[in-house]
Structures are given as structure tokens and as C-alpha cells.
Ligand binder design. Sequence first.
Ligand code: NAD
Length: 268
Amino acid sequence: MAYNLLKGKRGIIFGALDEQSIAWKVAEHCVAEGASIALTNAPVAMRFGKIQELGEKLNAEIIPADATSTDDLNALIEQSVEVLGGKIDFVLHSIGMSLNVRKKREYTNLKHDWMLKTLDISAVSFHKLMQCLMEKDAMNEWGSVLALSYIAAQRVFPDYSEMAEAKALLESIGRSFGYHFGVKKKVRVNTISQSPTWTTAGSGVKGFQQFFDYADEMSPLGNATAEECADYCVMLFSDLTKKVTMQNLFHDGGYSSMGINPAAMKID
Ligand SMILES: NC(=O)c1ccc[n+]([C@@H]2O[C@H](COP(=O)([O-])OP(=O)(O)OC[C@H]3O[C@@H](n4cnc5c(N)ncnc54)[C@H](O)[C@@H]3O)[C@@H](O)[C@H]2O)c1
């Protein structure tokens, strides 16, 4: 059901690769709520993903940008403001990639040049993005910037490997930049810590099925889906959450507050 929560708002959405991507669902929900959006992803994703299909469906411009390149980010922001017809109200950073995870290297045997790349793509890009938005004065007052995180930022999930460090950095950047963006431009910045979700990035984690099932059993409400995450993003982009900022918000069916759940322990 749509409530017109984003009527007249303009947004940029990073990270829609295919219909399983969380960003794909967020893009669909934002447009259903009345927003105009620009879609972006890494140039390589243009070839392998299905973003063109989404762009046609939502009548959204697709502007390729490597999120680690400030030149690309600046060009993306300029073009978005132009095609959307004004300053931006909301931005979703939905980006994660680890070569060490992809190549199945153990946490105690990482390639550190790959690790730096992981941190750059999955976390520092969030800082680069916000710095470019601020320098260009591209955000409207009371705008909202969101990034997607995971609870491995706070707790140990051995197979999540170096992505845990990437998420800890991402959340910290959200808090720190949230201060500056708030004071200077009245823009809010938050991260959403989402349940395990079946996507290309998610299923790249070793033992993802067990990961997913365990979280589902531990959470009193079960895992949050990508569609539900999209609803939460819409709310955080809307004017109903103007004073929510510098938070890491768990969207996980209650998982993060659990100690033991008898359901997961197979106890009656
Ligand atoms: N799937 C899960 O279980 C889960 C849980 C919590 C948080 N998240 C987070 O949600 C976000 C979205 O991931 P997803 O699960 O939808 O998977 P996904 O694979 O669909 O999305 C990841 C996106 O990152 C993009 N990307 C990679 N390198 C890039 C670069 N250099 N520049 C621009 N874009 C780049 C990819 O092209 C892809 O579209 C990630 O931050 C991920 O860590 C996922």
C-alpha cells in the first residue's frame, strides 16, 4: 500500500543489481510513494546486472558511477540534480563487496591490499559520497542519507570476515558525518542494520543458508525481508522522521536484542 510519503521528493539510489537486491526493492517502493529517482551502480554492474530493466520500469535515469571515485560521484550528483530538476532529498548507499570473501580467504589469512579495497568500496565510499554531496550543496534541508549495515559490526560472525570491519567503519562514518551534515545543512544520516537477506552480496558469505536460518529462528518476528527493508527506508526518507539522525537502526525482527531463543536451541 502506498501513502504518498515521498511525493515531490528526489532521490539517488545506489546498488540495484538484480531484482533480489535490497536497493531494487527500495527503488520500487520510493517511486510507488511518489518520488523521482536516479539509479546508479558501478560501471561493471551495467554489463552483468539488470539495472536497465529497473530503469525502464520506473522511468528512472541510470547514471554509472564507481562509488570509490570522487570524480564519478561528482558527475553523478551533478547529472542527478539536472535530470531530477532540483536538489536531492534522499540517498541510499547500498554497496558492499569483499574480494577476500569472494575468493574464500580465511579471516586469519587475508590479502591486505584486497582488505583496503573492501574498506574503500563498502565504507569509505559512504564518506566520499557525503563529502561530495556537501561540497556541491546538493541536498535539500531535512534531507535523509541512509546506508545498509549488518550486526557483524558489533558481534562476531566468523564467516562475515573483513566485512565486519567494513560495517563498523560504515556505521562510524554515518555517526560522524551525521553531526557535520546536521549542523551545516540540516541533513540526517543513519545506517540500517538489516537481517540476512537472499541477494548476490548476501549469498556470497560462506554458509549463508545456516546464517539465514539461525537468524530467522532467533528473531521473535523472523528475518526482515528486502521488501520490509524498503518500507523502513521509505519511512526514514519521509518527513515523518526528521529528527532521527546519527543512529544505527536495527531492522532484524528483534534478533539484536536476543540472548537465547528456545526455538533456535530446539528446547520445548
Ligand atoms: N544481503 C544481506 O544479507 C545483507 C544484510 C545486511 C546488510 N546488507 C547490505 O546491503 C547492501 C546491499 O547489498 P545486497 O544484499 O542488496 O546485495 P547486492 O549484491 O544486490 O548489492 C551490492 C551492490 O554493491 C554494488 N557495488 C559493488 N562495488 C561497487 C562500486 N565500486 N561502486 C558502486 N557500487 C558497487 C554492486 O554492483 C551491487 O549492486 C550492502 O551494503 C550489504 O552489505 C546485506
